[in-house]
Design a protein around this ligand. Structure first.
Ligand code: SF4
Length: 398
């Protein structure tokens, strides 16, 4: 296991010594850090940094659990944990060096059926259960809505369940957000209950970064009991979101263990991020660390062209494919099962590799009405800085 720095932060700045397995999650959430004044109690910031931070969090709120903050190495200005949770000045740049950006890179709005239901693939419905998260990750592709008032969150989950019941082509549901595990346990129970009797629904996923940033949520027995009970009825999966080995602490491992003991299958969806995991050693440690925890490496997403994210977090594909391929050479079979993915407006594309300066992609999922695109191969000319499908000149598709 990667040597984590789970020791509480800053004795000199009065960060309390806490056994995170003993805290009550609702109480602990109230201690989250969301203002410049609060973060200044733990980290030394210049006046300029404070002014910029204030500007950024007016647009995209900051919200950091004390647990996650305690993982920061304050002696390392490039610390990945810090970059993932504390806005940097680069977040003031809407587009920038990597090219154009958008608020909605994955085409969520086009597939919005109202009441929080996104129906992007015929067989999968996604329900945006909440706009709240235990932490607002600086690289989030739903940055346009997390922690902000919006019209895309479910108003009435029963209505969403009726939509699913009325569409027999839907075999699975993703309960997403925001982070669904931030909802009260009785609300989650009602949501799951409303899905239990839909015959054509075969399995359910609850997408969450809480095991990583707020593992104390899973020390509540009632939650684990509800999940285990639902899993008896329909298979339940929890896609996790570990991006860096430093996130795999003893506390996070205990949370994962509790979910595994409930019979839940855990698959990880990481994002490939500049300054976080864009080097061979970190990727190898991440994928091997996941297996050690009992989580399957599933996806590694290319960072999307999101406003205020792309400029500083996206890695050019030409460089990225080399890093990922070199890392795979050092991974065992289970570790290298993950797919390197572009989650594009047209559907999901696997980045298979490169040959003769051409990027080789395979389309895994296509949007309704474009089913013939599924499984096609795409070849694109690699450029030095191209970080997204649209940046690379078309060569062929077949
Ligand atoms: S927890 Fe997920 S949805 Fe919430 S901010 Fe982080 S990446 Fe975005």
């Amino acid at each position: 296991m990667f040597d984590s720095t789970e020791a509480p932060i800053g004795k000199d700045r009065n960060f309390p010594q806490i056994d995170w397995t003993q805290v009550t999650w609702q109480q602990e959430l109230k201690h989250n850090i969301s203002t410049v004044e609060q973060i200044s109690q733990y980290l030394v910031l210049s006046e300029k940094e404070k002014a910029n931070l204030n500007k950024i969090i007016e647009m995209h709120p900051m919200n950091i659990p004390r647990y996650y903050l305690s993982l920061i190495d304050r002696n390392d200005p490039e610390d990945p944990i810090r970059k993932l949770c504390i806005p940097e000045d680069d977040e003031l740049i809407v587009a920038g060096a990597m090219g154009q950006t958008t608020k909605d890179p994955y085409g969520d709005d086009k597939h919005d059926k109202g009441n929080g239901v996104l129906h992007k693939y015929s067989y999968t419905a996604l329900v945006v259960a909440t706009e709240y998260c235990a932490m607002y990750c600086r690289h989030c592709f739903r940055k346009r809505m997390v922690g902000l008032p919006n019209e895309q969150t479910v108003k009435n989950f029963q209505g969403a369940a009726e939509y699913i019941a009325n569409h027999p082509e839907i075999s699975n549901v993703v309960i997403s957000g925001g982070d669904p595990f931030l909802l009260p346990t009785d609300v989650l129970r009602k949501m799951l209950d409303s899905l239990k009797n839909i015959d054509h629904l075969k399995f359910v996923r609850i997408g969450s970064r809480a095991p990583v940033v707020f593992p104390m949520r899973f020390f509540e027995d009632e939650l684990i009991d509800i999940l285990a009970e639902f899993n008896e009825c329909k298979s339940l999966f929890v896609p996790t979101h570990f991006n860096h080995p430093k996130e795999m602490t003893a506390t996070a491992t205990k949370a994962i263990q509790r979910l595994r003991n409930a019979g839940i299958t855990l698959n990880n969806q990481a994002v490939f991020l500049r300054g976080i995991n864009d080097d061979v050693d970190t990727l190898v440690a991440l994928m091997h660390g996941l297996l050690e925890m009992g989580v399957s490496p599933y996806y590694l997403y290319q960072c999307m062209p999101v406003e205020r994210v792309r400029h500083h977090f996206q890695v050019p594909l030409k460089e990225g494919v080399d890093i990922v391929d070199t890392a795979r050479q050092q991974m065992d079979g289970y570790a290298k099962r993950f797919k390197f993915i572009i989650g594009h407006d047209i559907g999901k594309l696997e980045i298979c590799g490169q040959y003769d300066n051409k990027l080789i992609l395979k389309q895994l999922h296509s949007r309704p009405g474009h089913e013939e695109e599924t499984s096609r191969i795409l070849l694109r000319e690699l450029t030095e800085k191209g970080g997204w499908l649209d940046d690379l000149p078309e060569v062929a598709s077949f």
